[in-house]
Design a protein around this ligand. Structure first.
Ligand SMILES: [Zn+2]
Length: 65
């Protein structure tokens, strides 16, 4: 299985499943992100892509202030 976003093959990098994301992040802005909310239950995301999305969500929030 590959990363849902960048397509990097799952080898030894840290992966996040959809369920894990919902459990680990209590951030509704993050969970409502287009990419995150379009994940299927089987999708996985590498940690690098998680950080990219977190930064995008943060930037969006900052620009709304
Ligand atoms: Zn990735």
């Amino acid at each position: 299985m590959n990363c849902f976003i960048c397509g990097k093959e799952k080898l030894d990098f840290e992966v996040w499943s959809n369920k894990l994301i919902i459990c680990m992040t209590y951030d509704s802005d993050f969970q409502n992100n287009d990419i995150i909310s379009s994940m299927s239950n089987e999708s996985i995301i590498c940690h690098q892509c998680i950080i990219v999305i977190q930064n995008k969500v943060k930037d969006n929030l900052d620009s709304k202030k």
